[in-house]
Design a protein around this ligand. Structure first.
Ligand code: DAH
Length: 404
């Protein structure tokens, strides 16, 4: 259904968005990302984000952070192989099954993930490449790339963002051969498992102090859960009076290694979001700025230097509300996706400000406040009214909602 939405919208939405920044040709990308398969929910808007390679630009904040992380690992004893050019189209096996993510996991649903067809997705995390590099014999590596998720819309969420994955295996000698790896409880209680966790924590504390350029940076560890690591942890840093979550990590789950024919090996893995770190370190207030072509943004950055971003202007927001009765099958992310398709980067936030269910009809009404704001220029009333009208029309035509 979304494909039809996307096609129908193209003339309106693309015409307006082109004022924000020039686009790559949809025609070139269409066949790979927009396949016509009934499960395909990639829109032209999303297809046009693929391949920008922001993480490979050494004078872009995302590239600067990536280079800084890679420089830290280059200074360690272990050699880390570097990857940053993997195809973002991966199989559901790579993205989920190889990583112990069960079929019913919500992260696999079409409301959360961009499907190319029933067996391929736009990767939702760089963990999707762990197993292929392990199978190819890499003992330690970093893998960076753009990842895609259907999500809410606000200053820190964008449907495309960037992650870096890190993996390190330990040699048989470093581990005690006597531990029975096939006994899960025994492994988890073993001194070897503990020492891998300690190596992981020391490595990542060092990393984050290097990235923040502060040897005294306060950090804290919290236990977490990921299907592909056991035990799993989350690292927070104390920065400008706030605890910030910066990465997830853990000791690689034995099932993951076994699927790579590495059942006799053990190791650790971590994953971090580059935007999150860059927004904090460069004081970048809105995630859409990473995607701008505006020179006033780009001229502020140079390779190898982390410095505070000076907002070149803050254009006024325009607020518009839209309310509708929802069908039973309604998914909030379908509306978010529609807002992206119609309004592109001009939509800063979509917020559900009122939701209620009529007890007689059991129907649910949602009212969304859409915040429009350009990073680069003032918006005119006429263009926002036209966008809001297009959004209303398309919601009614394609989401089965009844406008109020
Ligand atoms: N893939 C996880 C995510 O996107 C992040 C992550 C957590 C990666 C733990 C890892 C890990 O390698 O060990 O949220």
């Amino acid at each position: 259904m979304l494909l039809a939405v996307a096609r129908a919208l193209r003339p309106v939405a693309r015409g307006l968005r082109q004022q924000v920044r020039p686009r790559a040709s949809v025609a070139e990308t269409e066949s790979r990302f927009i396949t016509g398969h009934p499960d395909c929910n990639v829109t032209p808007y999303i297809a046009n984000l693929v391949g920008r390679d922001l993480h490979k630009k050494s004078d872009h904040p995302l590239g600067i952070i990536k280079d800084r992380i890679e420089a830290y690992f280059a200074g360690l004893e272990q050699t880390y192989d570097l990857f940053d050019g993997e195809d973002p189209i991966v199989t559901t096996t790579q993205c989920f099954d190889d990583l112990n993510i069960p079929p019913e996991h919500p992260g696999r649903s079409k409301s959360d993930t961009y499907y190319i067809n029933d067996q391929q997705v736009l990767r939702t995390h760089t963990s999707a490449h762990q197993s292929q590099h392990l199978r190819a014999g890499h003992e330690a590596f970093l893998c960076t790339g753009d990842v895609y998720r259907r999500d809410e819309i606000d200053a820190s969420h964008f449907p495309a963002f960037h992650q870096m994955e890190g993996v390190k295996l330990f040699s048989a000698e470093a581990l005690n051969d006597k531990t029975d790896f096939s006994d899960r409880e025994a492994w988890l209680a073993s001194a070897e498992c503990d020492s891998i966790g300690k190596d992981l924590k020391a490595t990542l504390e060092g990393l984050i102090k290097h990235v923040f350029d502060d040897p005294d940076l306060q950090t804290r560890w919290r236990d977490d859960f990921f299907p592909f690591t056991e035990p799993s942890f989350e690292l927070d840093v104390f920065y400008q009076d706030e605890w910030l979550e910066v990465l997830g990590c853990g000791v690689i789950h034995s099932d993951v290694l076994e699927r790579c024919d590495l059942g006799s090996r053990r190791g650790w893995a971590f994953g971090l979001g580059l935007e999150r770190l860059a927004m904090v370190l460069f004081a970048i207030p809105d995630i859409r700025l990473f995607w701008t072509d505006d020179k006033r943004f780009h001229k502020q950055f140079e390779a190898g230097v982390v410095k505070t971003f000076k907002p070149y202007s803050k254009f006024p927001p325009v607020f518009k509300d839209i309310a509708f009765w929802c069908p039973e099958t309604y998914e909030e992310n379908d509306f978010n996706e529609l807002a992206r398709s119609v309004c592109g980067e001009l939509v800063e936030r979509v917020e559900n400000i009122d939701s209620f269910t009529n007890p007689k009809t059991s129907k649910t009404s949602n009212c969304y406040r859409v915040t429009y704001r350009s990073m680069d220029r003032s918006l005119t009333n006429d263009e926002i009214n036209a966008l809001q009208d297009a959004l209303r029309d398309e919601a009614a035509a394609t989401l089965g909602v009844e406008l109020r």
